[in-house]
Design a protein around this ligand. Structure first.
Ligand SMILES: *[C@@H]1O[C@H](CO)[C@@H](O)[C@H](O)[C@H]1NC(C)=O
Ligand SMILES: *[C@@H]1O[C@H](CO)[C@@H](O)[C@H](O)[C@H]1NC(C)=O
Ligand SMILES: *[C@@H]1O[C@H](CO)[C@@H](O)[C@H](O)[C@H]1NC(C)=O
Ligand SMILES: *[C@@H]1O[C@H](CO)[C@@H](O)[C@H](O)[C@H]1NC(C)=O
Ligand SMILES: *[C@@H]1O[C@H](CO)[C@@H](O)[C@H](O)[C@H]1NC(C)=O
Ligand SMILES: *[C@@H]1O[C@H](CO)[C@@H](O)[C@H](O)[C@H]1NC(C)=O
Ligand SMILES: *[C@@H]1O[C@H](CO)[C@@H](O)[C@H](O)[C@H]1NC(C)=O
Ligand SMILES: *[C@@H]1O[C@H](CO)[C@@H](O)[C@H](O)[C@H]1NC(C)=O
Length: 906
């Protein structure tokens, strides 16, 4: 049995030892922490107890997490467990993200450790069954690290540590389900640090533990509290035999006054490892294994040195990271610690190898007392505005809303935001805000909570079809534009503050279906959508007209059975659709209504004209009225709509509904307020910056990747071009018009051989083969990428007609790559990322389809060009120590295959 923290018996703090420790602390000016500030949680255990080894108090996790299931490790491993925390765990089979909420203090620096002991708790032998067992960790709203338990001995404990700054008075630790095994956690430990410690850690940079080692002859494998008052884990250096020499001192090892950065325990500094004097260099090799991505490994080493060998001979050495000289001719100070950390500069060191090499003038070989190695964790994503979070949690509690994904931060990161909330993500350095809440038909009971109105950025609140009772409280509402309280049990007078805004036309109020409406008679109690009275007329008149038409139409039908007139729009429900289409079917009249009689044209495309529209509930839509009405008779349109209605991806425009009958043929999409990429690239002064361009390119690539790889059969877009890449209000790229071209071109191959596709974007191979494949889209995407880089259209005059790829080739051949870049970018781009994107684009526009990359490849290459470390690459960075009582460091899945290996030489 191998589970154990091997704190040896002699180290166990008996009461007298603990007392002694306190005395020592009092004598030295250490800014120690008392355990009262520790937060220690034994996940899956329901009791509070003091750990027998550390005497730290552990609490049940019941107040810190929602949901999840508590488990014990399998009985066969129980007896061998080294401590209580290893025996239980909490697993989270439901939901993509499950968070623990730990108390903290805003701006406070702390160390957070999560521990994982699988112990075959589910009896599935999951770590050893040969399939990947991997899940993720977020610290707050940022990706921290992956936990890879694939092929890990079930009895081992794996731990992860992060040093970070609390963004609020609470901190979330989230387990992310990647679909490769149920996430679980055995223990969580939060240890406050001094603000001056780890000075390179701030609100936007955290560091994750890769290795923390003490040298010399330690009696335990892991040294922690109480030796380290911050309860950091120090692994002992396993090498003590020749030529390694352990030295120690009983003398005091001091710090320079004011040096509080690391607070290495004195007991650790009193020991060191050096070499026999015949040897001259000392390698610390952390063994980055094959599945780490060395290219993206950003390491921060901290070396702690104190001369404790009190001979009079000198000791000087150079310190290298890989082959880079970090510190020249360093001489450790006598009985005083020097912590060398290069001011927090992260290093590129693919092998995680560090070298201490004796200089010529030195008599003694290098010596080292302690070493820490961290990797960078970017804290780019911001948490939701803390007031919004607070009030949202009140709402959740008040109405007892146990929603699966209402967990952790409400808006961030975007892909885990709470369902039924809409958030606004400002581009500048501001926190996301909640702008819309839709809790209609959620069985809400009781009064209307004032917390909703305290969410000061809220614009749209829909609480219709609930059982809310009592009066509407008198709110001072600020930003609210739509308040839908229809079909509840609300009664009593409507507060003036709300009424006033309604009368001023600032608020769309809906109260129909409430007792309140039996007493008052105003438009907000009528069934139709209403904003201000003036708008109301505009709405009511057409509604009345339409109703008249309906009546007439029915009469007409009754009288002239079989003969269809102009209004067969309303007969459409008669023609049964054999297909099951989940989205809304609109009538022509409805389209007319939502587009205000097709008033506002927002675009003209190959397939028709696009109008702006507003649905009943205020959602903006784009209505694409297709020109070829003859397609209505075609059998291709509805199957195509059915396919499109099933395609859901954040980078593909969402189809809200359609209209199909003799009178109309239209598709209704989500409205994309920022227009299309072509407009953005060519128009105006508000030009996109380099990073925005890359993000949009990546968005589009991901949308296409989804169509190509995840739709079965694959969907070939056939008309990828900048006008078909739309932008939502946060400038997220969304692809439109996919699939449509198929419905059209297939239906008309006998009429027209003109391929779907647009001049300048069309795959040259198509002209030869007339085959449209996914690689056709890759070619067009390459052109899009070139447009993004150059700002030029695909075909232009310079001075003769030139095709963009040829122009780029010429420019590159005749000079530097900077000549191709859009002048509007000025110098705002990174040359190496530019080079990679140009290479990728040129690769996509290879003449031979077979030479072009797949969209999956495109996506991963684009991710590498983005300045932020993409999530998948971060995934692979980690140093995961494992604990056993065998005295060995176990190899670890995430990378460090070898034991901490060391070499020495003359
Ligand atoms: C929780 O910890 C207590 C104290 O160590 C222990 O007695 C109890 O058995 C544990 N509970 C479970 C479910 O393991
Ligand atoms: C855990 O303890 C709390 C109170 O201490 C109790 O209400 C709850 O039922 C317990 N849960 C389990 C699973 O034992
Ligand atoms: C777990 O799987 C491994 C590898 O397949 C096997 O050797 C081992 O006996 C299994 N253990 C149990 C308890 O099923
Ligand atoms: C930030 O959020 C974005 C979007 O949700 C996500 O793709 C990215 O990985 C996050 N960044 C970090 C560092 O977690
Ligand atoms: C150590 O330094 C000496 C010069 O002092 C140099 O010749 C030698 O190559 C270095 N060793 C290593 C392993 O870099
Ligand atoms: C409201 O409550 C009543 C009884 O209390 C129940 O019959 C009704 O279904 C509820 N309505 C909604 C929308 O939950
Ligand atoms: C409401 O007002 C309309 C006209 O404004 C009127 O025709 C109708 O009778 C009124 N209904 C009630 C219940 O007062
Ligand atoms: C997880 O660990 C296994 C076994 O060490 C390794 O094969 C796999 O590549 C790792 N996965 C990741 C994503 O690091």
């Amino acid at each position: 049995m191998v589970i154990s923290f091997s704190c040896s018996a002699s180290r166990r703090p008996t009461r007298s030892l603990a007392l002694l420790f306190i005395l020592v602390v009092m004598k030295t000016p250490v800014h120690g922490q008392s355990t009262s500030e520790f937060v220690s949680i034994d996940c899956g255990n329901n009791s509070t107890y003091y750990d027998t080894i550390t005497e730290i108090q552990y609490d049940s996790d019941s107040g810190f997490a929602e949901g999840g299931l508590s488990h014990k490790i399998s009985a066969e491993f129980m007896a061998g467990a080294g401590n209580e925390q290893q025996k239980t765990l909490r697993s989270f089979p439901d939901g993509p993200r499950n968070c623990y909420t730990l108390p903290s203090t805003i701006g406070k620096k702390f160390l957070l450790r999560a521990m994982f002991t699988y112990g075959n708790y589910d009896g599935l032998n999951r770590t050893m069954d040969g399939s990947p067992f991997l899940f993720g960790l977020h610290i707050g709203v940022n990706f921290w690290e992956a936990v890879n338990l694939t092929s890990v001995d079930p009895t081992l404990t794996i731990w992860k540590e992060v040093i970070t700054v609390a963004p609020a008075n609470l901190v979330f630790v989230c387990l992310i389900n990647f679909g490769t095994g149920i996430p679980f956690v055995s223990a969580l430990e939060l240890r406050p640090l001094e603000d001056l410690m780890y000075p390179f850690v701030n609100t936007s940079v955290s560091v994750s533990y890769f290795r923390r080692i003490r040298f010399g002859q330690a009696t335990e494998i892991i040294t922690r509290y109480p030796t380290d008052s911050y309860d950091r884990f120090w692994e002992s250096w396993p090498q003590n035999s020749y030529p390694w020499i352990s030295v120690n001192t009983s003398g005091r090892v001091r710090r320079l006054p004011g040096n509080h950065a690391f607070q290495v325990p004195e007991g650790i500094l009193q020991q060191a490892t050096t070499l026999d004097t015949n040897y001259s260099y000392f390698e610390i090799k952390m063994g980055v294994g094959p599945n780490l991505d060395p290219k993206n490994l950003q390491l921060l080493p901290i070396f702690h040195f104190a001369e404790i060998n009190l001979s009079n001979q000198n000791r000087r050495f150079n310190i290298y990271s890989d082959n880079d000289l970090l510190f020249r001719d360093f001489a450790p100070s006598r009985l005083r610690v020097d912590s060398m950390y290069g001011n927090g500069r992260f290093l590129h060191n693919p092998t995680a190898t560090f070298l201490l090499n004796k200089t010529r003038r030195s008599r003694l070989p290098p010596l080292i007392n302690a070493f820490e190695l961290y990797t960078l964790v970017r804290m780019d994503n911001l948490t939701t505005d803390s007031n919004d979070v607070h009030y949202m949690k009140e709402v959740k509690k008040r109405y007892n809303l146990a929603r699966k994904n209402w967990n952790g931060d409400p808006c961030s990161p975007r892909e885990y935001s709470w369902e039924d909330l809409t958030c606004d993500y400002p581009k500048s350095n501001q926190n996301p805000r909640i702008v819309a809440i839709d809790l209609s038909a959620n069985g809400l009971k009781g009064g209307l909570a004032i917390s909703f109105m305290n969410i000061s950025s809220l614009e749209n609140l829909d609480l219709s079809h609930n059982n809310l009772t009592g009066a509407i409280p008198d709110y001072q509402i600020n930003s609210l534009k739509v308040l839908n309280l229809s079909n509840n049990q609300l009664d009593g007078p409507i507060p003036d503050s709300i009424l006033q805004r309604f009368q001023d036309g600032l608020l769309e109020l809906r109260l129909q279906g409430n007792p309140i409406c039996s007493k008052v008679n105003d438009t907000y109690c009528s069934n139709k959508k209403n904003t201000t009275p003036t708008v109301l007329i505009a709405v009511i008149v057409p509604v009345v007209l339409v109703s008249l038409l309906v009546v007439m139409c029915i009469l007409w039908k009754l009288c002239w059975k079989g003969k269809s007139g102009d209004h067969e729009d309303y007969a459409m429900y008669e023609d049964e659709t054999p297909l099951h289409i989940d989205i809304r079917r609109f009538t022509y009249a409805e389209l007319k209504l939502i587009t205000s009689n097709f008033q506002s044209i927002i675009g003209k495309g190959g397939f028709g004209i696009v109008y702006h529209g507003t649905l009943e509930y205020g959602d903006e839509v784009a209505v694409k009225v297709l020109m070829e009405t003859s397609i209505a008779d075609s059998t291709d349109f509805l199957p195509e709509v059915q396919t499109l209605s099933k395609v859901h991806h954040k980078n593909l425009v969402t189809l809200q509904g359609y209209c199909q009958n003799k009178k109309c043929l239209a598709l209704v999409y989500d409205f994309m307020p920022r227009g299309n990429l072509q407009q953005l690239l060519r128009g105006g002064d508000n030009s996109l910056n380099w990073e925005q361009r890359l993000h949009i390119a990546l968005d589009a690539a991901q949308g296409l990747e989804y169509l190509h790889e995840l739709c079965i059969p694959a969907i070939v877009h056939r008309d990828v071009k900048t006008p078909n890449i739309l932008l939502d209000k946060n400038l997220v790229g969304v692809i439109s018009d996919f699939g449509l071209s198929r419905a059209f071109s297939d239906a008309h191959t006998h009429i027209s051989t003109v391929a779907a596709g647009t001049l300048g974007y069309l795959d040259p191979e198509y002209h030869a083969t007339f085959q449209l494949t996914v690689k056709t889209d890759v070619y067009s995407f390459g052109i899009v990428l070139l447009e993004i880089i150059t700002g030029q259209p695909p075909v232009f005059m310079d001075p003769q007609t030139v095709h963009l790829p040829n122009w780029v080739r010429q420019k590159i051949a005749s000079g530097s790559i900077d000549n191709v870049v859009d002048k509007r970018l000025l110098d705002g781009y990174d040359v190496s990322s530019l080079q990679s994107v140009v290479d990728l684009a040129m690769n996509c526009v290879e003449n031979a389809a077979i030479e072009r990359p797949t969209m999956t490849e495109v996506v991963s290459r684009l991710k590498m060009c983005l300045p932020a470390v993409p999530r998948l690459l971060q995934l692979t960075i980690s140093g995961v120590p494992t604990i056993s009582n065998e005295g060995n460091f176990h190899s670890d899945h995430a990378g460090r295959m070898s034991e901490t290996s060391l070499l020495s030489g003359r």
